[in-house]
Design a protein around this ligand. Sequence first.
Ligand code: HGY
Ligand code: MN
Ligand code: MN
Length: 419
Amino acid sequence: MNTDPNARKAAEAVDEARLWQRQMDMAAIGALPNGGVNRAALSPEDIRARKLMIDWASELGFEVSTDAIANLYVRRAGRNADAPPVATGSHLDSQPKGGKFDGAYGVVGGFEALEAIHRAGIETERPIDVIAWTNEEGGRYQPGVMGSSLYVGDDAHEKMLPLVDTDGIKLADALADTLASTPGLPTRTFGAPMSAYVEAHIEQGPRLENANNTIGVVSGIQGLFWFGVEVIGDEAHAGTTPLKGRKDALKAAVSMVAALEDLMADETDTVRFTVGRFECHPGAPSTVPGRVYFTIDFRHPDPAVIARLTAGIAPTCEANARNCSVSVSPIIASAPVDFDPAVVDLVRASASELGLTHMDMPSGAGHDAGHIAGLCPTGMIFVPCEKGISHNEAENATPADLAAGSRVLAATLVKLANR
Ligand code: HGY
Ligand code: MN
Ligand code: MN
């Protein structure tokens, strides 16, 4: 570490076995039978995961705090208590049938980096925070990346509170239960300045593994757009209602999805278009569906392609509504993000100085770092996951790769905290 001898000392203090054990302890919360996890945001499982993190922090004397959306902050003090912190972190919530490492690695691996810095006895000028952002996945309450977007100033907090999940549980009530589970924690205000933010995450794609590289030096995140589409027809008797003149919401929705596929056709295979949720109501075999709701997840790195294709979504749905009505509502609109070149350079230099194979690459997946990049200089560190599988119970990573990512993170955090 030709720039800061303490950076190498911190990296070498990362303990692979300790990190892996913590990763497995976290994965036990919300564990599913096929090896994955279901840890919905603000659920009892999420509450248990936060408590586990608070226990780890308390053992080391780190300060713990939270905020109005229950983001969880663990801080190791620096020499200058008033200096804006350097931060790392990710999310503890998961997809309904998610993997052990998506999000959890950024929190657990970030905690390992902080503990390594601590155990190496390294003093930093700035405080260093590890953050568990609330509801990154958006599986239970949409939109996702909720905790980080509110932190950076999205003013939708009040609008989000009435949100209801598919069991009819209001976000406001689940949030109240979560905050009540950690009584007496100091609270932070949204938007407190940060000096820099670096998030560690599994790649969730196959590029590192295919290139036989250990570290992804992430240059930025592609644009991510969610839409909710509601199709309204008329419920009718399946046996007596002639096909002619039916207002069949399902058939209209199916033709919309087919037409959207044509709109999104891309021989370069750069467009990402997914209909992940498709609800048909009332869902009875002998009733013509009167309502369909489906979601669109669209992603692309190029602003011009984004503008053209997002503009085509509503007209395509309307042109295929048949004799139903349709409404297309934006849920998330995150433009492509370029990370801070100085932070990206520090990540690359740390990987190189630690003798780790590495490559520059963009992120196909969305992350909390995408929002934090609007607040302070931000970067990300990727490590491989087996066959690039993620958002799937089979998601897997190796102890060595996770430790390598935490070593690069520890070194980078020390450099940033002494800038
Ligand atoms: O969907 C995403 O890109 C992230 O994994 N939540
Ligand atoms: Mn994630
Ligand atoms: Mn995810």
